[in-house]
Design a protein around this ligand. Structure first.
Ligand code: BG6
Length: 514
């Protein structure tokens, strides 16, 4: 069964799903930030929603000298702080019993023997059949050691075993360019078969992102006009208010293009631009997304300068607070040339999208947190209501709001009451919150559940990761050739540099106010 077939309205509680197997979730990086902020709360919410199988266990691995009790204490604190649903003592006690901790360094071979006996113990204690999910919430430089340690300890079974499954979940960054991404993928492939590897792009776990396929292929009215004949252009915006917080060491090596475009934004683009898959089978859906990446026109040579803008935020004001420039953030080099903003114009070179530009932009320290996709339709003919060049009608616009205020809006023109023929743009609005009573689950809830069910639809396949790095690496190389001279600034709390406005305005279009 695939992700989409398992879907129910979000206000309907699902109590059991036979495709979700009892398992042991083993988390490398068990004492780390991702586990506290995302993984503990995700598992806990799955329990509250009755979505986990009755039998499961979680084994965390970390370098901190913690007991099982310390691990449980941290889990409780993180649930109280980050859980979507309120803390409840009963379910928590049941969860706590199933939480175990193994202390050790990934580089120490004795860790894997200890891990093996701990896993076998919990499997006996909770009557688990031996399905294991290994979550690598650790830097990619440690992937090889962890995978080899698991294999040598006999903790992984081959993919064709019907009675037991071994799966691995990998977090980004998967490389920092094409060559390194290939190396990371090759390392994991030495131990795990591609069918056992689940590469997370948490944007694919967001409800509103999954809804893109439903919108396009579960309604008959959009698909006939979803092409170059009717669509003028598409804008994808992911703006964030935050700066980089405590992540300077990572961000200084990454920048906005690697951090957001290579993965999340290209996945949004793939969903918007893909051809209808012939089934909901995970590889069929992933093939369709992959095709879009293959059709991306490479941005090389002069195109880099003409169709991309990178920028860094300088000192500014956001929500009435003074925000220091990026170079003043803790851990950032005072002469850093890393971009915190990127805007691009790209093309999907196939029949459907011929001549339709896709404008992508993302940035930190922007005025508002908002992710949206705006599909702008072509102007109506210049007769009737559009006859007067001084009073052009606003074109139809379909806006998919990924976050916040998840939903969608369709802008249409309407007659102003009592006027003879004066028009005004109005919006038809759909809000998730109004239509479905329960709040949407967090992306990690959905993604963990899918791994337990062996459904890889919402995960990145190796070829897709490498295809998106191929496209992004061309741009990175173009930027490198320009050196650090080329880095406009934008004040924190503004919508990016003027260069980004010029990029789109030179085509006679403007960025949407999100
Ligand atoms: C992460 C990036 O993948 O996504 C972060 O590394 C970014 O820099 C985050 O802030 C955005 O995710 P979301 O779900 O908050 O939009």
């Amino acid at each position: 069964m695939t992700t989409l077939e398992r879907e129910r309205p979000s206000n309907v509680k699902r109590t059991s799903d036979s495709s979700i197997q009892p398992c042991t979730l083993v988390i490398f990086g068990g004492s780390g930030d991702l586990t506290r902020r995302k993984l503990f709360p995700a598992v806990y919410n799955l329990i509250l929603d009755g979505l986990l199988p009755e039998n499961y266990a979680v084994v965390g691995i970390g370098r901190k000298t913690w007991s099982h009790e310390d691990f449980r204490h941290v889990a409780k604190e993180s649930i109280e702080k980050f859980s979507r649903q309120a803390f409840q003592q009963g379910p928590w006690e049941e969860f706590a019993r199933r939480l175990h901790y193994v202390r050790g360094s990934i580089n120490d071979s004795t860790l894997y023997q200890e891990l093996r006996s701990r896993i076998e113990n919990v499997e006996t204690q909770f009557d688990l059949p031996g399905h294991r999910i290994f979550y690598l919430a650790i830097p990619p430089t440690s992937f090889a050691t962890a995978c080899q340690g698991l294999e040598q300890a006999g903790l992984i079974v081959p993919p064709d075993r019907a009675d037991r499954a071994s799966r691995v979940i990998v977090e980004k960054p998967i490389g920092h360019d094409l060559a390194s991404a290939k190396a990371v993928n090759a390392t994991i492939a030495e131990v795990f078969d591609e069918s056992q590897i689940y590469r997370i792009d948490h944007y694919l776990g967001k409800e509103t992102v999954q809804n893109i396929m439903v919108l396009r292929f579960a309604n008959s009215i959009f698909e006939p006009i979803w092409n170059h004949k009717y669509i003028d252009h598409v804008q994808i915006t992911v703006s964030e208010e935050e700066g980089i917080g405590t992540r300077a060491p990572y961000y200084e090596e990454a920048g906005a293009l690697r951090d957001m475009v290579q993965n999340h934004i290209l996945q949004l683009l793939s969903l918007i631009a893909m051809e209808p898959p012939y089934s909901l089978d995970s590889d069929v859906v992933r093939d369709a997304r992959m095709e879009v990446l293959r059709c991306l026109h490479p941005i090389r040579g002069k195109d880099v300068e003409q169709t991309t803008v990178r920028a860094q935020y300088s000192h500014g004001t956001l929500n009435d607070q003074d925000v220091p420039g990026y170079r003043r953030e803790e851990g950032v080099r005072p002469d850093s040339t890393i971009e915190t903003y990127v805007a691009l114009k790209c093309r999907v070179e196939n029949w459907r999208w011929s001549g339709v530009p896709f404008y992508l932009r993302t940035g930190k320290a922007m005025p508002r947190r908002a992710s949206e996709i705006a599909v702008q339709f072509k102007d109506i003919p210049e007769i009737l209501f559009n006859a007067d060049p001084a009073a052009r009608q606003a074109p139809n616009l379909l806006t998919l709001r990924i976050q916040p205020q998840e939903g969608m809006a369709l802008r249409i023109m309407s007659k102003i009451p009592r006027s003879r023929a004066r028009t005004h743009p109005v919006e038809m609005n759909f809000n998730y919150g109004d239509a479905f009573s329960a709040p949407s689950p967090e992306a990690y809830e959905r993604l963990l559940l899918d791994v337990m069910a062996g459904d890889a639809s919402l995960f990145m396949r190796r070829d897709a990761v490498e295809a998106s790095w191929t496209w992004v690496t061309d741009i990175l190389e173009g930027w490198k050739a320009h050196g650090s001279r080329w880095l406009p600034e934008y004040s924190a709390g503004t919508w990016g540099p003027v260069e980004a406005d010029k990029l789109i305005e030179s085509d006679g279009r403007t960025w949407r106010l999100v």
